[in-house]
Design a protein around this ligand. Structure first.
Ligand code: HSE
Length: 307
């Protein structure tokens, strides 16, 4: 019997304008899984994290990840998973992808690393599909690879790690509002008007250029989403007003974290990030909405084995 213990970080998808194609990894916050492989077949999962999760194996995101790993490698085995630490599902910081990424990396390590990094993202996307009803890699790729990742294409998967300017922080607020990723995806129109598409790809280009040149102002003014945010912001009370307050605090940008309902403000100074964190907390509290707010550094580190 072989056993590994794996950590995979939280992540924020979309980074404003990069719907389904850009995501970033966060420091320290994440999931920890212990995975054992033995002779035989089958998957069993225990959850010792204290965070409530569906109990049946078929509803857990790690199950399709493990199956995809076996399908891609032609290998087999019995897998026992212990979910030791877990980001709360629905928190908007890639809870399902942290488990999916940890499962993919752990499986690869247990079986002598037969799969490439891209292949592991493909495995992890199976978990995302179970959780959200769509194959997107903008949480799974940064959770596996760390840093800021651009998914240039899905067919085939083409992943590009973008530079992370030093001292990048996210102030994240998770308001006590329930919006599932499935619902937040289902309300999006199937087609984008040409003038919105032009604005969006201008911003994606600007964001990438800003990250490569370290041009903080360019990064901030490029993090604008005219494709998903106009439809999703209805779930977040006072969204436009909140953005104005955060920009006045000195945040570079404020966006929905992934599909929401969490929001985040990006800052390049720790004091600004903490001020933004307080503004986020107060905004929701003043509206009588429970909120968890915290500040996390953007991390270059992805999923890894731990002792
Ligand atoms: N890109 C995905 C979406 C992320 O916005 O639906 C989900 O966390």
């Amino acid at each position: 019997m072989k056993k590994v213990r794996v950590f995979a970080p939280a992540s924020i998808a979309n980074m404003g304008c990069g719907f389904d194609i850009i995501g970033l990894a966060l420091d320290e916050v994440g999931d920890i899984l212990e995975i054992c492989a033995s002779e035989g077949e089958g998957i069993s999962i225990v959850n010792t994290s204290g965070v409530p999760l569906p109990e049946d194996v078929e509803s857990n995101v790690v199950t399709p990840v493990i199956r995809k790993f076996f399908e891609m490698t032609g290998l087999s085995g019995h897998i026992d998973v212990n979910i030791c630490r877990k980001i709360y599902p629905g928190s908007g910081i890639g809870s399902s992808s942290a488990s999916s990424a940890a499962a993919a990396l752990g499986m690869n390590e247990l079986y002598g690393c037969p799969l490439s990094e891209e292949d592991l993202v493909i495995c992890a996307m199976e978990g995302e599909n179970l959780a959200s009803g769509g194959y997107h890699a903008d949480n799974a790729a940064p959770a596996l690879m760390g840093g800021i990742v651009l998914i240039r294409g899905y067919e085939p998967l083409d992943l590009i790690k973008l530079p992370v300017p030093g001292n990048f922080y996210c102030a994240v607020a998770h308001p006590d509002i329930v919006v599932s990723t499935k619902e937040a995806r289902s309300i999006l129109p199937k087609a984008v008007p040409m003038h919105d598409a032009v604005r969006q790809w201008g911003n994606v280009g600007g964001l990438v250029a800003g990250l490569y040149s370290g041009n903080i102002d360019l990064i901030g003014r490029s993090m604008k989403d005219v494709v998903a945010e106009p439809y999703r912001k209805q779930f977040i009370p006072g969204f436009d007003e909140l953005r104005e307050k955060l920009l006045a605090d000195g945040a570079l940008a404020m966006n929905i974290a992934g599909s929401g309902p969490s929001v985040f403000a990006l800052a390049n100074r720790t004091e600004t990030a903490h001020k933004a964190g307080e503004t986020l907390r107060k905004h929701f509290e003043d509206l009588g909405i429970g909120v968890e707010a915290y500040v996390v550094k953007v991390s270059n580190k992805g999923a890894k084995l731990i002792a």
